[in-house]
Design a binder for this molecule. Structure first.
Ligand SMILES: *Cc1c(COP(=O)(O)O)cnc(C)c1O
Length: 394
């Protein structure tokens, strides 16, 4: 991701900023496209992971659809050239304004998350003399074995409709002439790396689609959601998620009937490795028990460590050669342990504790890796901080 000339370029720039390696992004998108096309699967990019305009444009150019979770995302998807027939709209709390916007845009499908929402979409569609296409987001009660903050497919989660409510769904659909039932939707969580979890999901989907067929509802679309994880520990040596195995599981275990389409909504796996947050050391504090590196970036630029206890690999670009650097860069001095913290007035504003790093100094460039997903999009203006910028490899 970094070579000596990239790092030289960074030295001229004001920090912090997001650095996007568009080569990495392209390589990832190509791998996903190839692996999914083999089975004729459709992939919608979950835009909430990163809506940086350059990133969106490249994803669109590969022919992916867009999975949106707000009215503004629907608008942005269409503005960036994602065809309306490839836009889906999910979310547990769609406002009337957002539903109307999506109806006006004639998007492909609403992923509805409650029985009440079905009636609201029906009413709003009726007022416009339109028919809204609907997939029902169902909570399959499959444990994603991921961090509890990012699991979404259990009955205790706020997302989706539980299977014991399916009779109510069927009744609602029959009463809503302005809804067209398209299929079923699932999304069980994020950063899932255990393929067994997806196998369990497939088996549940098979049962649930049978239920719909048995009750007279033809299921045209099976939307399995997203959630495929990335390797936060080895961004250089394992930089592309295992799309091959991922899609193969669905091909092997999902019962796909003739004429049915299988849809996916990947976010993280497409974009996470393509960016790093680049920051400088402001101060080095040597305590009795702890050494602190105080960076000029914090939770206002990348909140995942503070919000989800997420791990990101941290590198001192001024002192240690990064993996893909051919030339040795700088001298590797003795390793120390540092708590790497941000400047924000919150104790939780810490990227990671006890990080092994070469001895570091004020002005050193620090990279926080694998920051392309749920990074820049979650930046905030807390403490009246400047909005974080972004630069690109090309
Ligand atoms: C967030 C989200 C996704 C994408 O999740 P990733 O873990 O980034 O792949 C897909 N579908 C829905 C409904 C989502 O909310």
């Amino acid at each position: 991701m970094f070579n000596t000339s990239t790092i030289k370029r960074f030295q001229e720039l004001e920090t912090p900023f997001y650095y996007y390696d568009l080569g990495v992004l392209r390589q990832t998108l190509a791998a996903c496209k190839e692996a999914s096309s083999k089975y004729g699967f459709h992939v919608h990019y979950a835009m909430k992971a990163n809506f940086n305009p350059k990133v969106l444009d490249m994803i669109q150019s590969f022919g992916f659809g867009a999975d949106c979770v707000s009215g503004n995302e629907v608008k942005a998807a269409i503005e960036h050239g994602f065809g309306k027939e490839n836009v889906v709209f999910a979310g547990v709390g769609k406002s009337d304004k957002e539903i109307n916007l999506a109806l006006d845009a004639d998007i492909f499908c609403f992923n509805a998350e409650s029985v009440q929402e079905l009636f609201i979409i029906n009413d709003l569609a009726k007022a416009k003399n339109k028919t809204a296409k609907i997939a029902i987001r169902i909570n399959p009660n499959v444990d994603a074995h991921t961090h509890h903050y990012i699991t979404t497919g259990l009955e205790e989660n706020k997302f989706g409709i539980n299977t014991f409510q399916l009779t109510d769904v069927a009744d609602a659909l029959r009463k809503c002439p302005n809804l067209q039932f398209l299929g079923i939707h699932f999304h069980i969580g994020s950063q899932i790396t255990d393929m067994e979890v997806y196998k369990s999901l497939c088996l549940r989907i098979n049962e649930i689609q049978d239920w719909f067929e048995d009750h007279g509802f033809g299921v045209k679309v099976l939307n399995t959601g997203g959630g495929l994880g990335v390797d936060y520990h080895h961004p250089d040596t394992n930089g592309v998620s295992d799309f091959e195995s991922y899609f193969k599981v669905f091909n092997d275990f999902l019962k796909v009937k003739p004429g049915q389409e299988v849809h996916f909504e990947l976010g993280r796996a497409l974009v996470a490795q393509s960016a790093a947050l680049i920051s400088r050391v402001l101060y080095v504090k040597n305590g009795m028990k702890k050494n602190f590196l105080v960076l000029d970036a914090g939770m206002t630029e990348l909140i995942r460590p503070m919000l989800y206890q997420a791990f990101h690999l941290i590198q001192n670009l001024s002192r240690e050669p990064s993996h893909d650097m051919t030339q040795d860069f700088g001298l590797k001095t003795l390793d120390l342990k540092y708590d790497v913290v941000g400047p924000i007035c919150e104790s939780t504003d810490c990227f990671q504790k006890d990080v092994d790093l070469p001895q570091s100094f004020r002005g050193d460039l620090i990279a926080v890796r694998t920051a392309g997903a749920y990074g820049e999009v979650m930046a905030s203006g807390y403490n009246l901080r400047d909005r974080v910028g972004s630069i690109y490899s090309e």
